[in-house]
Ligand binder design. Structure first.
Ligand code: CAA
Length: 262
């Protein structure tokens, strides 16, 4: 496995088919800098290319998932530099372009770019210690990796405006009530629970999983009738795969399916 400076990447024995990516810049509460986002892109591409991997978990430390984009790296940049580098667009594309499911397992701070990274994942599992926020307003800027768009879609306009205009943080329970987070676990079990969820996903047909991910994401981009039509077509197309025959035969024969990804 490649050596990373800003990440710890593992395939834990306890979670077959899962890549665990830990953000690892403890000196900066895992703030996202150019190096970290480039390495995250590499780690995701490696997981995407590996047929043995069916799901990815991104986590941070107990104190911070990620406390935002790296303010020290950004502070002196000019508009021309930000524009020329298309700051963080490549990092965002690497996450958005991953076809395998990505779970964010969030403990502690998920602020600014950290909250945006969590929202770019397919769903968020939170520790009871998680704190979400888009505090960019306090720095005289705005979210820059999708926060104004994704938070609004996830929690609605009123709460998104409240969070983004005040810069306040939201705890795990409020985040779950608002629909930002799918489940909450005690902080000391979060990563194990996330790995168990990921292993369950990795045991499914990778083809059906990829199509299901595409379909849920399409709900953000299309009208209801177009989305439902797309769903019907992809549902029909799944009958072209051996995995559909195996899944349904296993049900009838009262045994566990053994999906092959074909
Ligand atoms: N960028 C760079 N360094 C950061 C950082 C960030 N986003 N967040 C924390 N750090 C660094 C601190 O500077 C500090 O380093 P030093 O020890 O060298 O001073 C170290 O991490 C520990 O942080 P604190 O001492 O501040 O820890 P704390 O427990 O007192 O506070 C905190 C924790 C409330 C999260 C606080 O660190 C904080 O407010 N961080 C900034 C949060 C923020 O504004 N995020 C948005 C960034 S902008 C953005 O993300 C734009 C975008 O959408 C693209």
């Amino acid at each position: 496995m490649a050596a990373y400076q800003t990440l710890i990447v593992e395939t834990p024995e306890a979670a077959p088919g899962v890549t665990l990516i830990r953000l690892n810049r403890p000196e900066a509460l895992n703030a996202l800098n150019t190096a970290l986002l480039a390495e995250l892109g590499q780690a995701l591409a490696a997981a995407q290319a590996d047929d043995a991997i069916g799901c990815i978990v991104i986590t941070g430390s107990a104190k911070a998932f990620a406390a935002g984009a790296d303010i020290k790296e950004m502070s002196d940049k000019s508009y021309a530099q930000m524009f020329k580098d298309d700051f963080f667009a490549a990092g965002a594309r690497a996450i958005e372009g991953t076809r395998k499911p990505i779970i964010a397992a969030v403990s502690g701070y998920a602020l600014g770019g950290g909250c945006e990274l969590a929202m770019m994942c397919d769903f968020i599992l939170a520790a009871d210690t998680a704190k979400f926020g888009q505090p960019e307003i306090n720095l005289g800027v705005a979210p820059g990796i999708g926060g104004t768009q994704r938070l609004t879609r996830l929690v609605g306009k009123s709460k998104a405006m409240d969070m983004i205009l005040t810069g306040r943080m939201m705890g795990a329970e409020e985040a779950e009530r608002a629909g930002l987070v799918s489940r909450i676990f005690p902080a000391d079990t979060l990563v194990d629970e996330a790995l168990a969820v990921a292993a369950r996903i990795a045991a499914q047909s990778p083809l059906a999983t990829a199509m299901n991910k595409e379909l849920v994401n399409a709900a953000y981009e299309t009208t209801l009738s177009t989305g439902v039509a797309l769903e019907r077509r992809l549902f029909h197309s799944l009958f072209a795969f051996d995995d559909q025959k195996e899944g349904m035969a296993a049900f009838v024969e009262k045994r566990k399916p053994a999906f092959k990804g074909s």
